[in-house]
Design a protein around this ligand. Structure first.
Ligand SMILES: [Zn+2]
Ligand SMILES: [Zn+2]
Length: 287
């Protein structure tokens, strides 16, 4: 499926795949999740889209061909395709397994020149997972267990990974953890934070997410976001707040909900017209 231009409908078209390199695998895409980033990229909300563009970066695929330089995947393996298709593999970040912050810029799965260093080797015309077939570096086709259901695997590949990193870094057994804003990211964050031993409170604007949050494993649910008085009632309660809201709310009330030396971690990316993150100094000094 190809998006021919900014905001346009996707069309079924033939595409030309990149030349097969010895270090690449070719895959048949079986399933693909839809991430909100795909919609931002379709509409060029961040000014980094090139067209035509093949979207999709939560792919589950079957390896159908391996290059002669590949060293661990085999034909028939089930793999996950993410937002990255290559990186320098030499810098400190890459060597630490943090290719997403590669010092020279990772190569985005379907990014082109408008994305600067993240699209220096243009892949927008054939790159994404909304395709029957794709070619990608073996290093960035992540082997999946055969018993992982694709409808579970797809959202883990981007949205799940986004909050997993925050949970791994900040949540440990016994910590009091708030997950703010309960959409796809928030629901995954509740599950991960509980698995890591956190005491999990889900925070939302109203009661509509209560059942979903408790079903995901939250110990408590509080409808308080956007209401400074209600947020104030949770003063000093949390070791960690993972905020998945993809906008820039006033973070003052969030800081008030932290214990001393607590951690506020913001994940998710706002639209381009909401990119300035500002905050008053004083509350960070006294909390
Ligand atoms: Zn690197
Ligand atoms: Zn995504």
């Amino acid at each position: 499926m190809v998006c021919p231009g900014k905001g346009e409908k996707l069309e079924l078209r033939d595409i030309t795949l990149p030349a097969m390199k010895p270090t690449m695998v070719e895959c048949e895409i079986l399933y693909n999740g839809l991430c909100h980033t795909d919609i931002h990229m379709k509409d060029n909300d961040w000014g980094i889209s090139n067209y035509p563009i093949v979207l999709g970066h939560e792919g589950v695929a079957r390896v159908t061909r391996v290059g002669v330089g590949c060293d661990h995947l085999q034909v028939g393996d089930l793999v996950g395709i993410t937002w990255c298709r290559d990186s320098c593999r030499k810098c400190d970040s890459c060597l630490a397994g943090r290719e997403n912050i590669c010092e020279t810029g990772y190569q985005g799965t379907y990014l082109g020149p408008a994305a600067g260093c993240w699209g220096k080797d243009p892949h927008h015309e054939h790159g994404g997972c909304m395709s029957k077939v794709m070619r990608i570096e073996e290093r960035f086709a992540i082997k999946l267990p055969e018993n992982l259901r694709p409808e579970v695997a797809c959202p883990l590949i981007c949205g799940g990974g986004t909050v997993f990193e925050a949970v791994v870094d900040y949540v440990s057994s016994g910590k009091s953890v708030a997950i703010a804003s309960i959409g796809g990211l928030g629901t995954a964050a509740i599950r991960f934070a509980k698995l890591f031993g956190g005491r999990v409170t889900a925070l939302s604007r109203n009661e509509s997410k209560r059942e979903k949050s408790l079903l995901a494993g939250a110990h408590e649910f509080v409808a308080c976001l956007g209401d400074a008085d209600k947020m104030g009632e949770l003063s000093g309660k949390f070791d960690v707040i993972i905020d998945t809201n993809p906008t820039n709310p006033d973070i003052g009330p969030y800081m008030g909900m932290l214990k001393f030396n607590g951690t506020y971690c913001k994940v998710g990316i706002p639209a381009a017209n909401d990119m300035n993150f500002t905050y008053a100094w004083i509350p960070t000094i006294f909390t």
